[in-house]
Design a protein around this ligand. Structure first.
Ligand SMILES: NC(=O)c1ccc[n+]([C@@H]2O[C@H](COP(=O)([O-])OP(=O)(O)OC[C@H]3O[C@@H](n4cnc5c(N)ncnc54)[C@H](O)[C@@H]3O)[C@@H](O)[C@H]2O)c1
Length: 321
């Protein structure tokens, strides 16, 4: 199998590449390194089944050139499209960021899959497509879908384009709606933020919001297991799944306390007053993953144990352990 991974230098891409290489696949990785880092891929340098290309995927001509070069001597069976803006506040400040890095990278990927006859697509979507449903458990078919961030809006638009492509020229498409995914190499997210804040000032941990925000957290190893399981077991032409742990999530307060306890037990945690961390933040969501569980997949960790593991991994990453 020959796999093309977009956004390969990012957090999920790095882990997915390792898994595919371990399984004997040939991996073609694309990234413009705007958020992911080359250093994340150092372990694969010189690997005979690993090929890395620097390209901005919103530039269709540049993207076409790279895929054309790959097709001169090989072909691609599957695209795993992970490239996107992963910084929600950046997309609130400037909506062009999500248009460019999330929607246009998807649009261009679809154009090239059609041109080069690549049949199967796996897409990293997000719980952000759902918007704020309060205390209601979020199943895949809940509606209306009214995202509250440009990030969520452009993920939803990407899903819509993939759906249309599946009707016309894709053989199979898998849409994975991730919750908060954690682990290393962390490039963003609440745990990395807390660890870095305590690294800079070990006495005080300021938290955005009042700490009551409650969400699901999935370890990246479980995420990859789930995606590969779906890829191997779902038969629909277009599959879409919530991916997540089987619990109601953990609060930001719990995460702040876990980071403090592992890194700086004497630090004071100071909370804000708002019930949400920033504009576009869904303060709590209850993620129903029973569709995925019915297909036969269950995670190995709940949100709390995933957070505990990821906190220790990220402390190590930041050279603090
Ligand atoms: N990590 C999470 O908690 C989470 C949650 C929901 C959805 N997702 C989705 O999963 C995917 C991977 O997330 P991640 O956490 O690894 O994010 P990440 O930021 O670490 O990785 C994304 C990668 O895409 C690259 N990229 C962005 N724009 C690009 C462009 N125009 N051209 C080429 N490369 C570009 C970045 O450089 C980066 O390496 C993303 O699509 C993200 O939206 C992640």
């Amino acid at each position: 199998m020959q796999i093309l991974i977009t956004g390969i230098a990012g957090f999920v891409g790095t882990n997915l590449a390792r898994r595919f290489l371990e399984q004997g696949y040939v991996v073609y990785g694309l990234d413009n390194f705007c958020r992911g880092q080359r250093a994340n891929l150092q372990a694969f340098d010189g690997h005979d089944r690993f090929n890395l290309y620097e390209v901005d995927l919103h530039d269709l001509e540049a993207y076409r050139n790279v895929v054309g070069r790959i097709f001169q001597s090989a072909s691609i069976d599957e695209v795993w499209h992970l490239a996107a803006n992963s910084d929600i506040p950046a997309g609130i400040a400037d909506p062009n960021v999500d248009l460019r890095d999330t929607y246009l990278t998807t649009h261009n990927t679809l154009i090239l899959m059609r041109e080069f006859g690549i049949a199967r697509l796996a897409f990293a979507s997000s719980s952000a497509i759902y918007g704020d449903h309060g205390e209601t458990a979020i199943i895949e078919d809940i509606g209306p879908l009214l995202p509250i961030s440009n990030y969520g809006a452009m993920k939803l638009a990407s899903e819509a384009s993939i759906s249309a492509a599946a009707e016309s020229y894709l053989k199979q498409a898998y849409i994975f709606r991730f919750p908060n995914v954690i682990g290393t190499p962390a490039t963003h997210g609440v745990i990395l933020d807390f660890v870095r804040k305590l690294k800079t000032s070990p006495d005080d941990l300021p938290v955005l919001g009042d700490g009551s925000q409650q969400k699901s957290y999935l370890h990246v190893e479980d995420l990859i297991d789930a995606m590969l399981f779906v890829r191997d077991h779902a038969n629909d032409k277009l599959s879409y799944f919530n991916v997540g742990p089987v619990d109601d999530g953990v609060s930001v307060r719990t995460i702040a306390e876990t980071v403090r306890d592992q890194l700086a037990p004497d630090a004071t945690i100071s909370y804000g007053t708002e019930g949400r961390g920033w504009v576009g933040d869904v303060p709590r969501f209850y993620y129903d993953t029973s569709k995925l569980n019915r297909l036969g997949w269950k995670p190995t960790m709940d949100s709390r144990s995933a957070v505990e593991l990821a906190v220790s991994e990220i402390i190590k990453q930041e050279s603090l352990a």
